[in-house]
Design a binder for this molecule. Structure first.
Ligand SMILES: Cc1ncc(COP(=O)(O)O)c(C=O)c1O
Length: 463
């Protein structure tokens, strides 16, 4: 080996020998930069953005660390900051500190969940964690699961498995049943599955935002008459706009009676099922065939982190296995690229595992309970005379001044969002029931009652 090669040993990649000073220095500096960014959030607000932000593209020669750190700083200055207590718009809470570490470790390992031979430890970790979750929610020994990059992909994994399981893979008459308040990912899923709007049947919701069982029964009868073949019914465990929970017991009874796959979209509320928090409606989820649990959305596992748990793991193998001709197999261990849609996949399970190990069940409960407590505090103090309010058992509240005509809600919510943002409160404006609402998601552990009081005062002042 030449002298030159030895001196440059950790120029591009980590070195397999020596102290890796280059990387060590980079990581130290990066961690200082990030910690500064977090701790300056109180000054910059939840969504600082400079319209002049420049996206600089790669040139002929590589850039120095100085240049790159200055660009990293500029990127940070123009990024949504989830740790600010006014970050209340979406299901994007502050990142758990051990999950940040998990992402770093996953990136450094650069292992691939496609195959056991490319990620032996991580493959076993993901398999074990899926089993642990499955047991926690009451599935039996045949259960299993697969991680995916987000709730949409977990739902898609489930629906493809459900359709395959029903033997309806290429049947244009197959339908999926969801409630009218189910997440828009089901529209995307049906499109990806080669279906269209006629294959997605929506069931009315009641006053609490829960699937109306009578309407479900009637729809099932109509489907029979119209020769539509149902490959799955989705019960939502936590709707996006108001956090409602569909009546899982009744839906699961119907699914059993009619031999239909029950998928639970627990992207928001599923994580509650591993705790002892008594959430109304959160029972019988072990009667489902599959459930999406998306811990990035409340407890701060860094994005993305989503699991699909299935009561019978062979349904995933039967659906997705191709034989992967270029990858070795090992008896009793599934290559995880063979039980889900994704092929190459990062070791996202590390940040979930580290986050959960760090919190323990008590820490998870603490975070979830605190979210509900903040929601309850907001509900207790918001004026019921002034606002039309939609909420449910979870931590989401959508509201609008009473008496606004639907077409006035667009400009009212836009103006309000801007006013609140000037005061460092970031809310969202979902469209719901033909109107625009303001939505608060109370998943931010840094938000205190004093912040909620200030937010309510701002809403009052500017109404
Ligand atoms: C109920 C529900 N399901 C699924 C999703 C999709 O999750 P993701 O954005 O991680 O794909 C969301 C997103 O907010 C959701 O609220």
């Amino acid at each position: 080996m030449t002298e030159d090669l030895i001196n440059n040993k950790d120029k591009y990649f980590p070195s397999y020998i020596g102290t890796n000073d280059n990387l060590n220095n980079l990581l130290n500096r990066a961690s200082q930069t990030l910690c500064d960014w977090f701790s300056k959030a109180y000054r910059n607000g939840p969504l600082p953005f400079d319209e002049n932000f420049k996206c600089i593209m790669p040139g002929e020669d590589g850039n120095s660390a100085e240049d790159l750190f200055s660009e990293i700083e500029s990127l940070l200055k123009n990024s949504f900051n989830p740790v600010h207590p006014g970050s209340l718009a979406h299901l994007d809470p502050p990142p758990l500190i051990f999950s940040i570490l998990g992402d770093l470790i996953a990136a450094a390992l650069n292992n691939n969940l496609l195959a056991y031979e490319l990620s032996p430890g991580v493959t076993l970790l993901e398999e074990s964690l899926c089993k642990w979750f499955a047991k926690k929610i009451g599935f039996n020994d045949s259960s299993g699961g697969i991680a995916a990059s987000g709730g949409t992909l977990s739902n898609l994994n489930a629906l493809i498995a459900a359709r395959n399981n029903a033997g309806l893979g290429s049947d244009p008459n197959c339908v999926l049943i969801v409630s009218e308040d189910a997440h828009s990912s089901f529209i995307k899923c049906t499109r990806i599955m080669g279906l269209d709007a006629t294959n997605l049947v929506r069931i009315k919701t009641d006053n609490n935002g829960c699937m109306d069982i009578q309407n479900l029964r009637k729809t099932l009868d109509n489907c029979l008459i119209e020769n539509k073949k149902i490959f799955a019914i989705v019960a939502t465990l936590g709707t996006t706009v108001r956090g409602a929970i569909d009546p899982i017991k009744e839906i699961s009874d119907i699914c059993k009676e009619k031999n239909i796959w029950l998928h639970i979209d627990g992207s928001i509320g599923g994580i509650f099922a591993i705790t002892s928090i008594p959430i109304e409606g959160l029972n019988n989820i072990n009667q489902s065939n599959s459930i999406t649990i998306n811990p990035q959305k409340i407890i701060g596992i860094t994005k993305t982190s989503s699991l699909l748990l299935v009561s019978d793991k062979s349904t995933l193998e039967n659906t997705f296995s191709t034989g992967l001709p270029y990858i070795s197999t090992k008896e009793d261990i599934k290559n995880r690229g063979e039980i889900g849609i994704q092929g190459s996949r990062p070791a996202e399970v590390i940040k979930l595992w580290l986050g959960l190990r760090f919190l323990g069940l008590n820490g998870i409960e603490d975070i979830l309970k605190s979210s509900i407590k903040r929601k309850d505090f907001l509900l207790k103090n918001i004026s019921k005379n002034k606002f039309e309010i939609y909420s449910g058992p979870l931590h989401i509240v959508s509201f609008l001044p009473k008496g606004l005509a639907p077409k006035e809600t667009d400009s009212w919510t836009k103006t309000k969002i801007n006013e609140l943002m000037k005061n460092k409160y970031m809310l969202s404006r979902p469209r719901f029931k033909g109107k625009y609402f303001l939505r608060v998601v109370m998943g931010n552990y840094n938000t205190k009652e004093s912040h909620i009081e200030e937010l309510l005062k701002l809403l009052d002042t500017h109404q």
